[in-house]
Design a binder for this molecule. Structure first.
Ligand SMILES: Nc1ncnc2c1ncn2[C@@H]1O[C@H](COP(=O)(O)OP(=O)(O)O)[C@@H](O)[C@H]1O
Ligand SMILES: [Mg+2]
Length: 252
């Protein structure tokens, strides 16, 4: 696997509003257990995102939307291309996630990037309130204040108070998803990556999440999101990026 580690252009660092630059990002998977078949999930995708923008990734199932988001978060290493994310807490003011060391990726997630996936990765036996307060505490907020802010956000998301002392393992899909959203949004990260955060929610809670996303954007967050329903896309998007499955997505 080759990874191109071009330095981000000066224009990226010089433009304070730019939070994210992805250039010509491609991702191929090699299925070692299936005769080494190679799947191109993403081909030459480029995207700049500024503070205060919400870019919605659109396109059919299998177009590579989740793969792109995972590349931006550093869960998948892009096969080709360059991804830079601004982080004002660092001397270099950015991390090039393509080619970054794991500890730099971890530090970047703490200070700059929030990610909400469709499913909560349940942490056994950690009470909901502590789970939601944790990203604030890890950024240095005092425990009482973190707990108050977590309570307010859980209440806003209609997670019943009787559930707050319990671990979310036994919660319904929609309850788990709201805990996941609270955990992803609470720390006010300047870049948010959202992968179908409203897929298991009823219309009322979906609207609340759309409001929270718009509030984060108005505070200056840069957001890249995937939403399964058109109403949410309409309400949160300032721009769309259409992805289509690469023409030759199966290469033998
Ligand atoms: N970890 C993986 N290993 C192999 N193939 C994958 C992996 N993740 C995604 N893919 C493939 O990449 C393509 C794009 O998937 P995905 O990014 O999930 O699409 P979308 O989110 O747009 O529905 C699909 O063909 C999928 O099977
Ligand atoms: Mg997806």
């Amino acid at each position: 696997m080759t990874t191109v580690t071009r330095a981000p252009e000066r224009a990226f660092l010089d433009n304070d509003a730019l939070m994210l630059r992805a250039q010509d990002v491609s991702k191929r998977f090699t299925l070692h257990t299936q005769g080494g078949t190679s799947i191109t999930a993403l081909s030459d995708v480029s995207l700049d995102v500024e503070r205060g923008e919400c870019v919605v990734l659109a396109g059919p199932s299998g177009a590579g939307k989740s793969t792109f988001l995972r590349c931006l978060y550093g869960n998948y290493l892009a096969t080709d291309g360059m991804i830079a994310i601004r982080d004002d807490s660092r001397a270099e003011r950015h991390v090039q996630i393509t080619g970054a060391e794991p500890h730099d990726v971890i530090a970047l997630r703490r200070s700059a990037v929030g990610y909400v996936s469709q499913f909560l990765r349940v942490i056994p036996r950690v009470p909901t309130l502590a789970l939601v307060a944790e990203p604030l505490i890890s950024r240095g907020v005092d425990e009482n204040e973190a707990s108050e802010r977590a309570s307010a956000l859980l209440a806003r998301l209609n997670v019943p108070q009787r559930l707050w002392p319990l671990a979310p393992a036994t919660f319904s899909g929609g309850e788990q998803q709201r805990v996941n959203i609270a955990r992803g949004l609470i720390a006010g990260h300047p870049l948010l990556l959202l992968d179908e955060p409203t897929a298991s929610l009823d219309a009322q809670n979906r609207d609340i999440v759309a409001e929270l996303i718009t509030e984060a954007r108005r505070r200056g967050a840069a957001i890249v999101g995937i939403f399964h329903d058109e109403a949410t896309r309409e309400s949160v998007a300032t721009r769309r990026l259409e992805l289509s499955a690469p023409a030759a997505s199966l290469i033998h």
